[in-house]
Design a binder for this molecule. Structure first.
Ligand code: ZN
Length: 204
């Protein structure tokens, strides 16, 4: 079982088919087998289908015999389970959170893994989180004061403000209105099925 596949993303809809958050595949399977969610499966040119855990297992068994491009599977003891890309919550209803959680993954997604000083795009391992105004000068740890920064620029900037270090931000950091992970669907073919459910025109 591929570790990285379990870490990829699944879009979660509330009962009204509104996109509310993004979770990893591991968590998606947990929700699914606890009967808290159903899989929404999009097939080209057809209305979408929904599956509970049992019927998703059946479907997986069936389609695993004749895998199509774009389908991904994780191997369990009993069967090859197809990786869902959209879940809809069925049982409990948490209010859709309006606030995007501040964490490394979301921050890097907001900045598109691009250093906000030199504009170089890198893998997450090659990037760090930079306080624009250093904490020592009263800078807060917030969406508005943290940017994605390559290791080289981070070293160059040190504990200084951009002005002191004579470095310029590509853009003023702001709190995203929509979970930036949801916007991955624009680029990653894995998440194209999300588009139907995402609000449009949120890209800053
Ligand atoms: Zn840089």
């Amino acid at each position: 079982m591929s570790e990285s596949l379990l870490d990829t993303n699944v879009l979660v809809l509330n009962r009204f088919f509104m996109a509310v958050r993004v979770i990893d595949v591991r968590r998606a399977f947990t929700l699914l087998c606890r009967d808290c969610a159903e899989v929404i499966e999009m097939e080209e040119g057809a209305p979408f289908q929904s599956y509970d855990f049992e019927s998703w297992c059946e479907l997986s068994e069936l389609t695993a015999m004749d895998k199509q491009p774009g389908e991904e599977y994780v191997r369990t003891v009993r069967l090859e389970l197809r990786v869902p890309r959209i879940l809809r919550l069925t049982r409990f209803e948490k209010m859709p959170s309006q606030t995007v959680r501040f964490n490394r993954k979301n921050l890097f997604a907001r900045d598109e893994n691009t250093c906000q000083y030199c504009g170089k795009r890198s893998s997450s391992a090659q990037l760090s989180m930079d306080h624009v105004i250093p904490r020592a000068q009263g800078g807060r740890t917030s969406w508005e004061n943290i940017v994605c920064c390559c290791l080289r620029c981070n070293g160059r900037k040190g504990g200084r403000t951009p002005k002191e270090a004579q470095m310029k931000l590509l853009r003023q950091p702001a709190k995203p209105r929509v979970n930036p992970l949801m916007e991955q669907s624009i680029e990653d073919p894995r998440y194209t099925s999300w588009r139907t459910f995402l609000p449009t025109g949120n890209k800053n």
